[in-house]
Design a binder for this molecule. Structure first.
Ligand code: NAD
Length: 289
C-alpha cells in the first residue's frame, strides 16, 4: 500500500525526531501531542536540527523549508483520521498505550497502519486492543532519531506479512537500516542495552565508582561513544525503569530487577536531561561538573 501521510503521536524527544526524518523523506507529517508546549518545543528542535544540516551543507535552504512545511501540529487525535500510518511515541506505559491504540482504532481510517515506537512493550498486546490487529506493528527508532541508523521492525503475532513489508520499505526510504525483531520483551536492542545500564547504576549504588568514573570506564575500556549513565540521562530514567520493569515482568527473571537507585531517582523526579537532573546536572543541555 502507498504511505503518503503519517501521523506521529507524542512530540517528545522521539516524536520530534521521527517527524523530522519522515518530513525530510517527503512524507506529510501530522505531529500530535496533548501538550501544546511539547509541540512548540518539537518544532524548535526540528528547526535547530535542520539548521545544523544546512550549516554543514548537507541540505539546502529550500530542503529545510520544504521539510518544515510538511509538518503540521495538532492536539486532537481526530486529526489522524486520514493518515495512512500512525506512529505512536507517547510515554512507555502499557495501560496508557493500550488506551491510545483503542482511540486511534476508532478515529483512523480502516486501512491505516498503527505502529508503536515502544522500547519494550508487547506489540501483540497493543494489537489485541484494536479491531485491526493485523495492521499493528512495532517501528522502534533509536535516540537521537536523525543520527541513529538502526530501526527495529517488530511484527506482532497478528501482523499481516504485507504490513511488515510496507513498514520495512518505509524505514529504508528514511535512509535507515531496518532489522526484523521478534515481539519479545525489550525486543533485541533494549534487551541488551538496558540491563547493561541497570548494572552500571548498581555499580554507582554500591559505591564501586563515581558516575563520571563508570562512564569513563565504558568509553575508554569498551570503546563506547557514551557512558551508560550519560546514556541513561539521554534516554530518560523513567523510560529506562519502565523497560526494566517490562523485562522483569516478561521473563520473571531476577537478573532484570531494576536497581533501587534507579527507582529512587525516578521517584524524586530526576529523570535525566529532560528534567536537567539525572546522574549529571545539565545547564543549557550541557552536563556540569
Ligand atoms: P517523552 O517523555 O520525551 O515524550 C512523550 C510525549 O508524549 C510528551 O510530549 C507527552 O506530552 C506526550 N503524550 C503523552 N501521552 C499522550 C497522549 N495520550 N496523547 C498525545 N501525546 C501524549 O518520551 P520519549 O523519550 O520521546 O519516548 C516516547 C516513546 O518512545 C516511549 O515509548 C519510549 O519508550 C520510546 N523510545 C524512547 C527512546 C529514548 O531514548 N528516550 C528510544 C526509543 C524509543
Amino acid at each position: 500500500m502507498d504511505i503518503l501521510t503519517v501521523g506521529v503521536i507524542g512530540a517528545g524527544q522521539m516524536g520530534n525526531g521521527i517527524a523530522q526524518v519522515l518530513a525530510q523523506a517527503g512524507y506529510q507529517v501530522l505531529l500530535c501531542d496533548k501538550n501544546n508546549l511539547a509541540l512548540d518545543k518539537a518544532i524548535t528542535s526540528v528547526d535547530k536540527n535542520l539548521n545544523y544540516l544546512l550549516n554543514k551543507n548537507l541540505i539546502s535552504q529550500s530542503d529545510k523549508e520544504r521539510s518544515l512545511s510538511r509538518i503540521s501540529c495538532h492536539q486532537d487525535l481526530t486529526s489522524m483520521a486520514d493518515c495512512d500510518l500512525v506512529i505512536e511515541a507517547i510515554i512507555e506505559n502499557e495501560k496508557i498505550k493500550c488506551e491510545l491504540f483503542k482511540q486511534l482504532d476508532e478515529v483512523c481510517k480502516a486501512e491505516c497502519i498503527l505502529a508503536s515506537n515502544t522500547s519494550s512493550i508487547s506489540i501483540s498486546k497493543l494489537a489485541s486492543v484494536t479491531q485491526r490487529p493485523n495492521r499493528v506493528i512495532g517501528i522502534h527508532f533509536m535516540n537521537p532519531v536523525p543520527q541513529m541508523k538502526l530501526v527495529e521492525v517488530i511484527p506482532a503475532l497478528q501482523t499481516d506479512a504485507d504490513i511488515f513489508v510496507s513498514c520495512y520499505a518505509l524505514v529504508k526510504k528514511l535512509n535507515k537500516t531496518p532489522v526484523k525483531v521478534e515481539d519479545m520483551p525489550g525486543f533485541a536492542a533494549n534487551r541488551i542495552l538496558i540491563p547493561m545500564i541497570n548494572e552500571a547504576i548498581f555499580c554507582l549504588h554500591e559505591g564501586i565508582a563515581s558516575a563520571r568514573e563508570i562512564d569513563t570506564i565504558s568509553q575508554l575500556g569498551m570503546n563506547h561513544k557514551m557512558g551508560p549513565l550519560a546514556l541513561a540521562d539521554l534516554i530518560g530514567l523513567d523510560t529506562c525503569l519502565s523497560i526494566m520493569e517490562v523485562l522483569y515482568e516478561g521473563f520473571k527473571d531476577s537478573k532484570y530487577r531494576p536497581c533501587p537507585l534507579l527507582v529512587q531517582m525516578v521517584n524524586a523526579g530526576r529523570l535525566g536531561r529532560k528534567t536537567s537532573h539525572g546522574f549529571y546536572q545539565y545547564l543549557d543541555g550541557k552536563a556540569q561538573g
